[in-house]
Write a protein that binds this ligand. Structure first.
Ligand code: ATP
Ligand code: MG
Length: 631
């Protein structure tokens, strides 16, 4: 089969298509209906079916592959390396499930997981869904305020945490941050479980806090069967990155998610049972949920859980992991590749990467220079894929699992994946744009395929209003991203719908200008924002991180490079797109997931308040930006 036939079938015969895909997982009780879409925009996939995510990720593999590593933990922070076979994972998950059960966790209860990248975090996720409870993982890098608001939203029975995480060799104590969050939160959390790694003191509050290792020793022989849940029973909630505003609590089902992930592992990521998957994300993000934890385990693969930076001890650390563990599939983010790009490319070439088939990148636009650079450095196909926390798996990518010759196209995350009825629409009228090379808002016709968000946690109204109400007469799902489709059906993402600059009546995507700026060889990273201007309505301003800071050490250097960059943009897009100013900074303000906080940059430029910044990585970055603007 080729991609076209696969995709057409998923759209023209969705019942038959998804019935076939559903056979990729075990059902305790078969479903009665493939999709109940009687109350749009809500969709119940595999209605009437009973299943369990943990059973499909762990239990069912134990007879066939008891000794195969399910999880390989590598920490360049603590120097530890540990492996859990499927057989061992099965035992560990039941122990943790027993601990949760003893604390009263039942089907539908929430377990909040605030953990560093250690195996216990993955085990806690699996143990939660084993009981039919709902996990809410909060990225370990968040501080008390962000954590408190998520505790209040999830109302957990148990919070699972650790004494500390570690980043770049620096210990970050989690427990005091959690204690502070518990003070700030309205919801009183009955139980806290602390995994003590011996990194930081973590005093326990009697009655509420428990030491994980002590509890575990009491349940070494625990046998906790899977709770069979309805296909549409929620498995977890997870917040979006908060790039454009207040994060949204995405709620995911069980059966649809398992089916979609199992399919994606085969058709998109080309990951086969027994092979090794290395995803460099964090379990705090959707990429970590889907492709560190559930996807690889559903597929019977070995998943690598990596705790550490991409550049410590050196910029080759990932590739040495690929070599040592014979990783077959790798998944990372453009932001991480841009970090490597500032390092010596030769250190990437020292390792034997023969096991590796593809490198997948997702999370933000993959600019052509970065794609080309990493492609040349590792000599593997680089496959961009576009999706959202909301969708849980790729909207756009390639289906090399069925069509190995489907070629990546630089700058494009590819073509629609099975089940996604992608349409570009006029942003004013919502009318579909059917011609090639027309720019429109990327929308998806309902029902969304299996695995996508069911609703916003506790807020059906917000789900309908946020995502499905952009165009009055067209109830379609809005991604809030601009796209364009070429003659061959490849899509290009041009940025978010709130990232358009209107210069004297010309509408320009910030993404296009960023591409042009980053093609200048001195540029490592760039952010372009539109800033209010009395004459032109808006003008573009560029914030650039250079590869060699010496070049912008003084006024003369800065002025020279600014002029060069402006000429580069003139040459590629025309003078209309030329940034009014190019500012040089050491670091750009980003979310903890590595996404540019354009709205904050824009606010600084316009002298406005910066809004919700709970997810910012480094507040000092904004300070620096302010200074650059003032200069
Ligand atoms: P929020 O919705 O809270 O503002 P967010 O959109 O950054 O945060 P995520 O769900 O993590 O939260 O990110 C999804 C978004 O990331 C997409 O809508 C898109 O803008 C961007 N994105 C993801 N992958 C790609 C890609 N391959 N190419 C271009 N953009 C991408
Ligand atoms: Mg979003």
């Amino acid at each position: 089969m080729d991609y076209d036939a696969l995709y057409r079938r998923s759209i023209d015969e969705p019942e038959a298509f998804w019935r076939e895909q559903a056979a990729r997982i075990d059902w305790h009780q078969p479903f009665e209906q493939v999709c109940d879409h009687s109350q749009p925009p809500f969709a119940r996939w595999f209605a009437g079916g009973l299943t369990n995510l943990c059973h499909n990720a762990v239990d069912r593999h134990v007879p066939q592959r008891p000794d195969q590593p399910a999880l390989v933990y590598i920490s360049t922070e603590t120097g530890q390396e540990r492996s859990l076979s499927y057989g061992q994972l099965y035992v560990e998950v039941q122990r943790t499930a027993a601990i949760l059960q003893a604390m009263g966790v039942r089907k539908g209860d929430r377990v909040l997981i605030y953990m560093p990248m250690i195996p216990e975090a993955v085990v806690a996720m699996l143990a939660t869904v084993r009981l039919g409870a709902i996990h809410s993982v909060v990225f370990g890098g968040f501080a008390s305020h962000a954590l408190a608001s998520r505790i209040d939203d999830a109302q957990p029975t148990v919070v699972f945490t650790a004494d500390a995480g570690s980043r770049g060799g620096k210990v970050i104590a989690y427990k005091p941050l959690l204690d502070e969050a518990l003070k700030q939160a309205q919801h009183a959390v009955p139980h806290v479980v602390v995994v003590d790694r011996g990194l930081a003191p973590a005093p326990l509050q009697a009655g509420r806090d428990h030491d994980f290792h002590t509890l575990r020793r009491e349940v070494m022989d625990a046998q906790v069967p899977c709770e069979w849940v309805a296909s549409e029973h929620p498995s977890y909630t997870l917040y979006t990155s908060g790039t454009t505003g207040k994060p949204k609590g995405v709620q995911r089902d069980t059966g649809g998610y398992a089916v979609a992930l199992a399919m994606s592992m085969d058709l998109i990521y080309c990951g086969q049972p027994g092979e090794t998957f290395f995803c460099t994300s964090d379990i705090g993000w959707v990429v970590g949920h889907s492709y560190i934890v559930y996807g690889p385990l559903l597929a019977g693969m070995t998943t690598i859980v990596y705790e550490g930076l991409p550049v410590r001890p050196d910029a080759a650390v990932w590739w040495s992991i690929v070599e040592r563990h014979r990783a077959n599939v790798m998944f990372s983010a453009p932001t991480a590749i841009r970090v490597l790009k500032k390092q010596d490319p030769d250190c990437l070439k020292r390792h034997d990467l023969s096991s590796l088939k593809h490198l997948f990148l997702a999370g933000e636009p993959l600019d052509e220079p970065t794609a080309r650079w990493i492609g040349e450095a590792i000599g593997k196909p680089i496959i961009d894929n576009y999706w959202q926390t909301e969708t849980g798996w790729p909207i756009l990518s390639l289906a090399r699992g069925v069509d190995p010759h489907q070629a990546p196209r630089l700058g494009s995350p590819g073509v629609p994946m099975p089940g996604y009825k992608v349409t570009l629409r006029d942003d004013q009228t919502g009318e579909p744009l059917t011609g090639a090379n027309q720019k429109g808002v990327l929308t998806i016709d309902g029902p969304l395929p299996p695995g996508c968000l069911q609703t916003v946690w506790g807020d059906d109204r917000r789900f309908v209003q946020t995502y499905w109400s952009t165009f009055p007469n067209q109830p379609v799902y809005n991604t809030f991203d601009w796209g364009i489709r070429d003659e061959d059906g490849y899509y290009f993402i041009l940025g978010r719908t709130d990232d358009v600059i209107n210069v004297a009546g010309h509408r320009l995507g910030t993404r296009e200008i960023e591409e042009a700026v980053s093609s200048h060889p001195a540029v490592a990273e760039v952010a372009v924002v539109g800033v209010a201007d009395e004459v032109k309505g808006q003008v573009a301003r560029a914030f650039v991180v250079v590869k060699d800071p010496q070049r912008v050490a003084d006024d003369a250097g800065r002025a020279a490079l600014e002029a060069e960059i402006m000429r580069t943009v003139d040459g590629q897009l025309g003078a209309v797109a030329r940034p009014a100013r190019v500012h040089f900074v050491n670091v750009l303000p980003k979310t903890r997931s590595g996404k540019l906080l354009r709205r904050a940059i824009q606010a600084v430029c316009e002298g406005r308040a910066t809004g919700d910044l709970t997810t910012i990585e480094d507040p000092a970055a904004l300070q620096q930006l302010q200074e650059a603007v003032a200069r």
